[in-house]
Design a protein around this ligand. Structure first.
Ligand code: ADP
Length: 352
């Protein structure tokens, strides 16, 4: 039996409430009725647009576990921010007709936090841990037996007064989400029965997401407009929805209309300095910075210092799309602009 000396008191196993959300399907349906763009998430696999391969594996796993009356296997979802990992965790719980409890790894600081979370679960419930690569070692080790045998092995107290205690847990499903698969230790990774990558979305899929959400907020898009908004959404639903909100503000406040044409989109995005490739002023600043360095690779930290920005933000928000559209390369010696990226930034006059 693996015993982890974690100096946990008997008393307080509760994670601070503000860092934990408990969601069940009823709450999500209620959120949907509220017509709020931030909260309106798809609640069934069928409503979830795109990711066909992933959806079909999840469908089989969910149906099999319902058929066997067993909890779903633990699931690891990895991919860039905004692609739908949290949404999927909600809807998996919904499809399993159970609740989903949500925490982010950095909020699980002490062993008692994860113990509190696990003890608060009921049979079959889903625990979603976002940014799971940021769990500390003790927490991660406590999870091993919890995931594998639904059991917690604890050492209470210290030195001579220390005593071991095993607590049985209800059978639950852990869904972990990460943007950094490589930072997850092999023992933790191996305990997930299902491990799935979420890919960037195709333009047609984003267009469908835009149309669905625009209906919720009484906005009418013409076909060309929705397609062009999708085209500049960086393959990412969260960005599509963010742009949709900007377009809505411009349409309703400046143009006093609920009808969105391609022309209106151009004007709206131009007013927010977003160009026809979907790049904003930070992207252009990033590309200009590299362009000044004449084909010499630059390290991420130097770029962040030069731009006065946060390196993780550049790494996870700015760079993936610039790489995807062929403007940027990550080399062992640093970041390098491609010929295409150079051509683009040299031609730029900051207009849409
Ligand atoms: P992540 O957890 O990967 O950062 P989220 O699940 O928070 O991403 O998704 C960001 C936003 O995009 C949410 O508002 C969600 O409703 C929406 N979204 C993500 N994927 C889809 C999808 N496939 N279909 C419809 N909306 C989606």
């Amino acid at each position: 039996m693996a015993i982890i000396s974690s100096n946990i008191g008997d008393d307080d196993f509760s994670l601070r409430r503000k860092e934990l959300r408990i969601v069940d399907s009823k709450i999500i349906q209620e959120e949907k009725r509220n017509d709020n763009l931030n909260l309106a998430r798809p609640v069934t696999l069928q409503e979830f647009i795109g990711q066909e391969q992933l959806k079909s594996s999840l469908r089989i796993a969910i149906d099999a576990s319902i058929y066997r009356k067993e909890p779903l296997e633990h699931i690891l979802l990895y991919g860039q921010p905004g692609l739908g990992k949290t949404t999927l965790a909600f809807l998996i719980a919904n499809e399993m007709n159970t609740k989903c409890k949500i925490a982010t790894a950095p909020s699980i600081e002490r062993p008692r936090d994860i113990v509190g979370l696990l003890l608060g679960l009921k049979e079959g419930e889903v625990l979603f841990i976002d940014e799971i690569h940021r769990l500390n070692r003790l927490t991660e080790e406590l999870l091993y037996s919890a995931m594998e045998d639904f059991r917690l092995d604890l050492t209470m107290g210290a030195n001579r007064g220390a005593r071991c205690r095993t607590i049985n847990l209800p059978r639950f499903t852990l869904i972990g989400a990460t943007t950094k698969l490589a930072s997850i230790s092999a023992p933790l990774r191996d305990r997930f029965g299902i491990s799935e990558k979420i890919e960037f979305y195709k333009c047609d899929e984003l267009k469908q997401i835009i149309i669905n959400f625009s209906r919720l907020i009484n906005l009418n898009f013409d076909d060309e407009a929705s397609y062009n908004l999708a085209k500049i959404s960086r393959g990412t639903p969260r960005i599509a929805l963010r742009l949709l909100k900007r377009v809505r503000d411009y349409a309703q406040v400046v143009k006093k209309t609920n009808f969105v044409s391609f022309d209106l989109i151009k004007k709206a995005l131009n007013s927010y300095q977003i160009d026809d490739k979907g790049l904003d002023s930070l992207d252009r600043k990033y590309l200009s910075f590299l362009n000044q360095n004449n084909n010499i690779p630059i390290g991420l930290d130097s770029i962040a210092a030069g731009l006065g920005d946060n390196s993780s933000m550049l790494e996870f928000v700015v760079e993936p799309y610039l790489i995807q559209i062929g403007f940027l390369m990550r080399t062992p010696r640093g970041r390098l602009l491609t010929g295409l990226g150079k051509k683009y930034i040299n031609s730029k006059n900051d207009n849409f």
